[in-house]
Design a protein around this ligand. Structure first.
Ligand code: NAD
Length: 525
């Protein structure tokens, strides 16, 4: 399944001696520049520029990858599966607005570009697709499978989701009818009681146990073998669970968590059992829902096994707007004082969130998304802990189906006691926004499994052995509402910063400086 291309096939080649291309790898030697700041007793900051030399290696051989979704038969699961199949077969379909063709709009990897540099002849920027910066799996080549507590085949489940046009569904129906989710683990206490009637495809046992961990591991192995895959990435796009209580001796350490699973402790959620199975199987696991799947013991287990994890909660609609808009306002020096966010939606996610404990997970996930931007501006928010009022409401309104309404009012103080009020009405076709994020998360997580780094001394001598990035893949933050970061490291929610981190890290792997947008070449002559 592994494929690589000759270097001459790459869209660009860096001529720097710091970049070496081999058949198997792109190697770059990269100077990471930062600024260290210490506060002096007199209140003055002393700043010291720092430079750290790193070597990066990225595997050029693009593997054959499987994407296994937990909650495969849901709105996101069926939509992303259908979308990939339609793209793979280059489908077009009729709608009342005319013909439509499959695309990957909304995927940052597939649909966006990055400035490579400037053409000296024309003085113009040269932009390339993000997926051409590094060897990245094409989503058309993903083999999709997964689990669901509902045993409905994927064609019927796609109908149940009521997301895609009938003319498209008709073309996919046959192939999707052969796809049936694997039975999953169902602990009724974790999701809303109103989900019970769809739980007809469940493994025996309603509490965590090692048999469940082993079964999930076997499922992954089986899927890999059956489809001749090099790698599998697992993603939770199943119902939002309630938070698991953090209990000392239960989920606080890796060993305690494993013991708690063995003992069938009731505070271990299905999503955590999936995470543990994937970690033990060395398969990246990404959590697309807001619950606290990654209890401290799960994070420690991932670190111990050098397995990748990422989360939490897809950032698709309202929060994506928020993390762009608030970034803009606060960085413009406008003092945002309140955000009132109201949603209503009518899909099964909304039905599940109608239940208080599950809503609470979403509320937590949606609430902290501006904190980093506020904390960074002590000119507007001089008092410790001062922040804008922020309220999030979610209501279940079946009639609007998957077309979630997000209404937000941003209220801000401007010059000389004035106010700016921004009122937003955002109709988010939820699963069509989330599906490309599911793809991006898989493509980038897979890429990160092919990256290794080592640090070097100033004279260039290697100072450490090559190893992978930290287990917690915070590089995925752009796609996630409540980004999980390595313990003790800051969370970045600001959308522009998240994207810059992603593209600049990609650039480092191919020996390019971060994009500063200074454009001095257009200003100094
Ligand atoms: P959905 O309810 O349509 O799908 C969830 C699926 O998970 C269902 O088919 C259900 O049967 C299944 N399921 C529940 N528990 C399971 C378990 N233990 N194992 C296997 N399957 C299980 O919801 P959706 O609209 O596809 O959204 C999925 C998740 O993604 C939700 O938690 C939602 O909050 C989250 N999310 C969605 C978006 C978005 O759609 N824009 C954004 C952020 C987060």
């Amino acid at each position: 399944g592994v494929s690589s291309h000759p270097v001459s096939d790459l869209l660009f080649k860096n001529t720097s001696p710091n970049v070496v291309y081999t058949d198997d790898e792109i190697r770059s030697r990269y100077t990471y520049r930062t600024t260290s700041v210490t506060k002096q007793p007199n209140g003055q900051y002393q700043v010291t520029p720092k430079a750290q030399l790193y070597d990066f290696k990225v595997g050029r051989k693009v593997p054959k990858v499987g994407m296994m979704l937990v909650g495969w038969g849901g709105n996101n699961g069926t939509t992303v599966t259908a979308g990939i199949m339609a793209n793979r077969r280059n489908m077009t379909w009729e709608t009342r607005g005319g013909p439509r063709a499959a695309n990957y709009y909304g995927s940052v990897v597939m649909g966006s570009t990055m400035k490579l540099g400037t053409d000296p002849e024309t003085n113009k920027d040269v932009n390339i697709p993000l997926n051409q910066v590094l060897p990245i799996v094409h989503p058309n080549d993903l083999v999709v499978g997964g689990w669901d507590i509902s045993g409905m085949n994927m064609a019927d489940a796609m109908d149940r989701a009521a997301v895609l046009e009938p003319t498209l569904k008709a073309q996919l129906k046959k192939e999707m009818s052969y796809m049936v989710p694997l039975p999953s683990i169902y602990y009724p206490d974790f999701i809303a009681a109103n989900q019970e009637d769809r739980a007809d495809n469940v493994l025996e046992g309603s509490k965590a146990c090692m048999a469940h961990v082993d079964k999930i591991r076997d499922d992954i192995k089986g899927f890999k073998a059956k489809n001749g895959l090099d790698k599998v990435i697992v993603q939770w796009t199943a119902n939002t669970e309630r938070y698991a209580d953090l209990v000392e001796g239960v989920n606080d350490t890796a060993d305690n968590l494993l013991k708690a699973i063995e003992a069938g402790h009731e505070e271990v959620s299905p999503s955590t059992v999936f995470a543990v199975a994937c970690i033990l199987e060395q398969v990246p696991f990404i959590n697309g829902s807001p619950q606290n799947t990654f209890v401290p013991g799960a994070v420690e287990l991932a670190e111990r096994h050098g397995a990748f994890i990422g989360g939490d909660d897809f950032k698709s609609g309202q929060t994506k707007m928020k993390s762009a808009l608030v970034d803009f306002m606060i960085n413009a020096g406008i003092k945002l004082t309140s955000i009132a966010s109201y949603n209503h939606l009518g899909n099964n996610d909304g039905k599940n969130l109608n239940s208080h404990r599950q809503f609470r997970s979403k509320e937590i996930s949606k609430s902290n998304v501006v904190d980093d931007m506020v904390e960074a501006n002590h000119v507007l928010y001089p008092d410790q802990g001062e922040k804008p009022d922020h309220c999030v409401v979610i209501k279940y309104m079946p009639a609007v189906g998957d077309n979630k309404r997000a209404l937000d009012e941003y209220y801000a103080e401007i010059f000389m006691g004035g106010h700016q009020t921004i009122s937003l009405f955002n109709v988010c076709e939820d699963s069509l926004l989330a599906s490309p994020l599911i793809i991006d998360l898989v493509l980038i997580a897979e890429l990160m499994t092919r990256v290794e780094w080592r640090s070097c001394a100033e004279d260039g001598a290697a100072a450490t052995e090559y190893k992978g990035f930290h287990s917690v893949l915070s590089i995925l933050s752009y796609m996630l509402k409540a980004p999980l970061t390595p313990p003790g490291t800051p969370v970045v929610n600001a959308l522009a910063k998240q994207r810059a981190a992603l593209t600049n890290i990609f650039r480092a792997f191919v020996g390019l400086e971060p994009e500063s947008d200074m454009s001095l070449e257009h200003k100094l002559f």
